[in-house]
Design a protein around this ligand. Sequence first.
Ligand SMILES: [Zn+2]
Length: 274
Amino acid sequence: MYRFRVGAVECAVLNDGDLFLPPEALFPPSRRSEWPPIQVDAQGHIAIAINCLLVWSDGKTVLVDTGNGTHVEKKFEGGGQLIGQFARVGVTAEEIDIVVLTHTHADHAGGMTVFHDGRFVPAFPRARYVIPKADWDYYTAMDRPRELFVERSLLPVAEHGQLQLVEGQDFTVASGVQLLPAPGHSPGNSVVLVESEGETALHTGDLFHHRVFFEHQDMVRDQEVLPEMVPVSRRKMIDLVLERSALLIAAHEPHPGLGRLVRDGDRVSFHPGR
Ligand SMILES: [Zn+2]
């Protein structure tokens, strides 16, 4: 848990734990010479943190992303520690007013639900779940094989009437908290902007899976849903971050994932810290 303020808005980065995945799931094999140095475990996996963000703004408690969840079968192992972190900030799941997702992939959406009495139910019983509609439509479409997280994380929230789908434009989630489209990684992929009293912070979601992508903006994995959009979205957000001297909360950098961008000529680099 790491607390900080953006202007008058109180924030905390909660660590859902590490996610273990093959490096090819993060970096394109075709550009191996540009990969950063990596360390793999006995299974050949690398570990990356999952950083979720709590924002207290204007009487609302907002959770940005829900981590990998506690479900037994996961796409990639790890994470699932988010709810355990809540006590450390003195918050209960019942107190979350709004859950906002940067996108609907398993390591961000997995904690939307919990398994209770033989079925998956919303983990945040009072919350409105704000979700990019383009992701919902793409991943719940009946004409493609459904991934596990659709049945377990997405659909139960709709069944409980807690779903709010957002079309692809800037959307105010709560006072000073906005969901901004950054498509490419998924059709509805987005980032979350927090603004107060002239200060700005940005939760990157998976627009930048790793700090190397701030520098290599055109290094894109084949499996991205709209690969040609990824560099466009990255450049747009880099410009916004530099223009506003925004603090970054990088979803998969070591907890708490805070950092700043520096542009030196054509080169953009990520510097950890506040
Ligand atoms: Zn992710």
